[in-house]
Design a protein around this ligand. Structure first.
Ligand SMILES: *Cc1c(COP(=O)(O)O)cnc(C)c1O
Length: 364
């Protein structure tokens, strides 16, 4: 078997033992004579999978009873619309922190539904950074404050979250369950599964029940949280295979322990940032204080060298290191399931690449 180290930003590396378990159960799910994706979502087998997925998430998030949990189709991008549809009326204002590529997309979508106020804007900051909690300028009586906990493309991450006297909403797609979370700081969180929780095709939403209840009944059924809550996320046919995979991944997180996962994530990112900071050959694109533990972004002295770096890395089994096309450079995405050995191998490669190329690219 020749599996590579996949630094892809999402979809991305899944825990090997989860893939192996899914493979073992693929043709005949625990003796039912068919795959879990072939059986009815109204049957016992799928219901047990669904319940375990929901329970695992509740446990990992320490979700209090006054929060509802949903598993929804449409990815995180669907939530860019569902959040304002459910939480803000057309004449209301929502506050958005503009911190990078994903926050911008969320705000742009919300602007089709309600008024949007830029409560903070660090999107042009060089190096990239997040606002300090005290940088937030509220519009007054906004329906909610939206933030993006980890900017997947820009390589930045909130380290401390702002307090607000309005509901706080967070897109946690790229760092959900990568570190312990105090859910009480938020009134709604959402995340596409395909970074830390499983394959693409399902998104998690946790919301304070009283907020979801207030949404207008006139919303289309599939776009109203309360309908999904009332139907235990089975308003229509759920994405059963992604939910099954998410169940296995959350079981793996529970078994490993969130504190251990977080320690590994810090170790992995620290190793990479140390290698970047060794001299001026590599240059991190994020301000040191806001560097992401999930997406490590950096530049080389020239675009030609970056291209060569990506190509040579690939021949060594280090895949998908090319930065997002909108920003260029290099991005190493090292989510929960990405192994420490892969990071060590990348660090060695970086060191060796520097030795071979530094002299000619940086005279003096
Ligand atoms: C990947 C990502 C998204 C988009 O997720 P989809 O499921 O593709 O819609 C949104 N926000 C952040 C922070 C992301 O990393």
């Amino acid at each position: 078997m020749a599996r590579v180290y996949n630094f892809g930003a999402g979809p991305c590396t899944l825990p090997l033992e989860v893939l192996e378990e899914a493979q073992r159960e693929f043709l005949d799910y625990r003796g039912i004579g068919m795959s879990i994706m072939e059986c009815s979502h109204r049957g016992k087998a799928y219901q047990a999978v669904h319940d375990e997925a929901m329970n695992n998430l509740r446990q990992l998030l320490h979700l209090p009873q006054d929060y509802a949990l949903m598993l929804l189709p449409g990815g995180a991008s669907m939530q860019f619309a569902m959040v304002p549809l459910n939480l803000a009326s057309a004449d209301a204002t929502a506050d958005y922190t503009l911190t990078g590529s994903w926050a911008a997309k969320a705000a742009k979508e919300a602007a089709k539904i309600c008024r949007v106020h830029a409560a903070a804007d660090t999107s042009l900051a060089q190096p990239a950074r997040m606002p300090e909690p005290e940088d937030i300028r509220s519009s007054g009586n906004a329906a909610y404050l939206h933030l993006t906990s980890n900017e997947t493309i820009d390589g930045t991450q909130w380290k401390d979250f702002p307090n607000a006297d309005i509901p706080v909403v967070a897109d946690m797609s790229s760092d959900i369950l990568s570190r312990p979370l105090d859910i009480s700081r938020f009134d709604l969180i959402y995340a596409g599964a395909q970074k830390n929780l499983g394959p693409a095709g399902v998104a998690l939403v946790a919301v304070r029940r009283e907020l979801a209840e207030r949404a207008p009944k006139s919303l289309p059924s599939m776009l109203r949280y309360q309908n999904h809550i009332d139907n235990d996320s089975m308003l229509n046919t759920p994405p059963s295979f992604p939910v099954y995979m998410l169940m296995l991944v959350t079981r793996w997180i529970l078994k490993t322990g969130l504190e251990n996962i977080w320690r590994q994530n810090r170790d992995k990112s620290r190793l990479l940032y140390q290698e970047i900071d060794r001299d001026n050959f590599y240059r991190g694109t994020a301000h040191a204080q806001y560097r992401s533990e999930m997406n490590v972004t950096f530049r080389l002295p020239s675009e030609a060298l970056e291209k060569q770096f990506v190509t040579e890395a690939e021949t060594q089994g280090l895949h998908a290191l090319k930065g997002h096309r909108s920003v260029g450079g290099i991005r190493a995405s090292i989510y929960n399931a990405f192994p420490l050995e892969g990071v060590k191998k990348l660090c060695l490669f970086m060191s060796e690449f520097r030795n071979r190329n530094a002299a000619e690219s940086m005279p003096g």
